[in-house]
Design a protein around this ligand. Structure first.
Ligand SMILES: Cc1cc2nc3c(=O)[nH]c(=O)nc-3n(C[C@H](O)[C@H](O)[C@H](O)COP(=O)(O)OP(=O)(O)OC[C@H]3O[C@@H](n4cnc5c(N)ncnc54)[C@H](O)[C@@H]3O)c2cc1C
Length: 377
């Protein structure tokens, strides 16, 4: 039986980027996932996701995003694939201007490019927007789109080129412990996987894999809508149409990016749910709400006739921060989860930070805000 240096469970963006950075350091890595890698059930399984620098006054996340973009660009150069598209992100401010103002302050503090746009200039520069869309906005050109499925596949191939063992359709059914920590894991076919270290990047399934740890994770069912612009498609392509976010109302819209379709979604928490199960249908109420938002903000879009709904799952912690930590009472095991609805962007940084932690026992950045023990306190 082979004993790997690291056995990683979970082939979402966190698992595959960790496999890549660990294999690049010469570790013998095994990467397991219960489904394919990438797969449509994972939170990382969508076509495209938003990359942004703007997290309100929380400049720590703006810094993480800046570090992540450097790694995204480095990796896409290595694999010669387009994984990031700098389409620009526009944070709209209608009533409460505190959030966009805080975003601008964080961008300035981090010396990142961004600007405040008043409604007159918005009308001039972004004619797709309704004149009543917002009184002002903050625009940052480095925000944009990440090709999610393509990125997960690229990290998996790059890890395999560095001799990582990739094992899709391998569901971890049992985690066996000893006094020293985890001694082995067994999959649904009874096969045993042994590692010196284990990393669980199991996203919305983490709570069911570790019921005894009582990690404060809430999984919610999130609806998305892909739709084809009913007219003037060219105006809604990247370069003409940025990613539009109205955080106060909780909606975000991606420009045309896959087969002529755009995407609209919400940051609002959906109902609690179990990952990987249940209907894939979106509700007529959600579609109605999306149309109403578009009617007010990007009126040429609300009359779309072609659309397709999609379901995905967020994994939330009580304070909205991730969990990046050793598994309680298991010095040889790490858990990375609780990435809610905006952490695909941080994937490369999380993978490289976990690699630094596993290989040196410490990290450059102080990650105490991500410790699981913070909830006990
Ligand atoms: C609707 C929606 C929109 C989002 N939009 C954005 C966005 O615009 N920008 C952004 O940055 N982020 C966004 N996110 C968040 C982002 O998708 C997630 O934070 C990120 O994908 C989490 O990755 P992960 O690797 O932790 O988990 P996942 O991608 O869920 O991967 C976990 C993997 O673990 C596997 N697994 C679980 N249990 C087992 C087991 N027992 N055995 C074997 N394998 C197992 C699963 O099959 C799965 O493939 C969005 C998320 C959703 C749901």
């Amino acid at each position: 039986m082979i004993t790997f240096d690291i056995v990683i469970v979970g082939g979402g963006i966190v698992g595959v980027s960790s496999a890549y950075y660990l294999a690049r350091k010469g570790y013998r890595v095994a990467l397991l996932d219960q489904y394919d890698i990438p797969n449509e059930w994972s939170s990382s399984g969508d076509h495209a996701q938003i990359f942004r620098y703007t997290y309100g006054k929380d400049v720590f996340y703006t810094e993480l995003a800046a570090r992540s973009l450097v790694l995204w660009k480095e990796f896409q150069k290595e694999v010669r694939e387009d994984l990031y598209l700098g389409a620009g992100v526009m944070d709209l401010a209608d009533g409460d201007k505190s959030y966009p103002e805080a975003c601008l302050k964080s961008l300035t503090q981090m010396k990142l490019s961004g600007q405040k746009i008043e409604s007159a200039e918005m009308k001039e520069r972004f004619r797709i927007l309704s004149p009543r869309a917002a009184r002002r906005a903050v625009f940052h050109p480095d925000g944009g789109i990440l090709w999610a499925q393509r990125a997960v596949a690229a990290y998996t191939r790059a890890s395999a080129r560095r001799r990582a063992v990739i094992s899709p359709s391998t569901r971890v059914a049992a985690v066996v412990r000893s006094k020293e920590g985890i001694s082995q894991i067994r999959d649904g076919r009874g096969r045993v996987w042994k590692g010196n270290t284990y990393l669980f990047a199991t996203g919305p399934w983490t709570k069911e894999l570790f019921p005894k740890e009582r990690l404060p994770l809430a999984v919610t069912r999130q609806q998305l809508l892909y739709f084809r612009p009913p007219m003037n498609q060219g105006r809604f392509r990247p370069g003409h149409c940025p990613v539009v976010i109205n955080m106060a109302r909780g909606y975000y819209v991606l420009p045309v990016h896959i087969h002529g379709f755009m995407k609209i979604g919400t940051y609002r928490k959906g109902p609690k749910a179990k990952p990987g199960q249940g209907s894939k249908e979106i509700t007529p109420q959600f579609e109605r709400a999306c149309r109403d938002f578009l009617k007010e903000v990007i009126p040429d879009l609300y009359g779309f006739t072609e659309s397709e709904g999609r379901i995905c799952h967020h994994t939330h912690t009580p304070d909205g921060d991730f969990i990046l930590d050793r598994l309680p009472r298991c010095p040889n095991a790490f858990v990375a989860t609780g990435f809610s609805g905006n952490s695909f962007s941080f994937g490369p940084w999380v993978g490289s930070a976990l690699t630094e932690w596993i290989s040196t026992g410490k990290t450059e950045l102080n990650l105490s805000r991500f410790r699981a023990s913070r909830f006990k306190r």
